[in-house]
Unconditional design. Structure first.
Length: 117
């Protein structure tokens, strides 16, 4: 696997992990709090977070071993766009226009960094 592929898959899995964790810790909605640690351990969403995070971290290690960290680390910001999109579909979140504007600015910055390589 190429370093760039490892980087992009790591970003994707890391983004999925964050949304899965949110879904796992608030199954009853925004204000719900899991009753106990055993309840968290029974959540498939929390397990999905753990698996995604594990593989994202492994791929991140591969990526930064071969790519300059000054390039790779800012690329993680692409995850903001992915998390926003995943949040709409999996968490039924509504994202206000101002937040979309901020995500657009970040995404443009990521594109500039990517083009610089």
């Amino acid at each position: 696997m190429s370093a760039i592929t490892a980087l992009w898959v790591s970003i994707f899995l890391g983004s999925c992990a964050q949304v899965f964790l949110k879904k796992g810790v608030s199954p009853g909605g925004e204000s719900a709090v899991p009753s106990s640690y055993p309840a968290l351990l029974r959540s498939g969403w929390v397990w999905a977070w753990a698996v995604c995070f594990f593989f994202a971290t492994g791929l991140w290690l591969i990526a930064i071993a071969r790519i300059e960290v000054s390039f790779a680390f800012p690329m993680l910001s692409a995850g903001y766009l992915l998390v926003a999109v995943l949040s709409i579909f999996l968490l039924k979140e509504r994202i206000p226009p101002a937040r979309w504007a901020a995500i657009l600015v970040i995404t443009i910055g990521v594109a500039i960094i990517y083009k610089s390589s």
